[in-house]
Design a protein around this ligand. Structure first.
Ligand SMILES: [Zn+2]
Length: 172
């Protein structure tokens, strides 16, 4: 069984025992102290009343962080020719900034490198937390042939052991 599947099963079992899913999904995830998941409800627990979660100090996972933005996020989403994606206007926006499908490799590389460093250093904003995980947003700076220092707000999902995966290459 795949590790992810195994984890899901464990979490389903934990839910049956009364643990809340948005909490179990945070197990083993790295955050800097000044940018922790937001409290879901007021109360004496860490994230909500009767929360069993504990904050554990871990050493900064230098070298262990992996940030990955699947190239398909650009080739098959942002720069897709499909009507259902064109309507979101993201392709138009990217193209107005001088970025096209041929820049997918470059964008992917910049996203991976910059997100890794920013996540490690706590240079992110805490987003929505639900049963699928904690989302964070990271500002990525890219250049195109026509413009310098284009700032993109990007969305990422946090996984255990220092792993983040890009879910939204252009948020907001
Ligand atoms: Zn909890």
């Amino acid at each position: 069984m795949k590790k992810v599947e195994k984890e899901k099963k464990t979490r389903n079992r934990l839910e049956g025992l009364g643990h809340c899913k948005p909490c179990t999904v945070l197990s083993g995830c790295y955050f800097v102290k000044s940018r922790l998941p937001k409290k879901k409800a007021e109360g004496d627990g860490l994230l909500h009343p009767n929360c069993d979660c504990k904050l554990t100090g871990i050493t900064k996972p230098n070298g262990k962080i992996t940030a990955s933005c699947p190239i398909e996020k650009f080739t098959r989403y942002i720069f897709s020719d499909e009507e259902k994606y064109l309507v979101n206007g993201k392709r138009e926006l990217f193209e107005s900034l001088g970025l096209g499908k041929e820049d997918s490799e470059y964008l992917k590389m910049e996203f991976d490198v910059q997100a890794k460093q920013k996540y490690l250093n706590g240079d992110y904003e805490i987003g929505k937390l639900d049963e699928h995980g904690q989302r964070i947003s990271i500002t990525i700076t890219v250049n195109s042939a026509t413009r310098k220092n284009i700032k993109l707000i990007t969305g990422w999902m946090v996984y255990p052991l220092g792993k983040i995966v890009c879910t939204t290459p252009l948020g907001g």
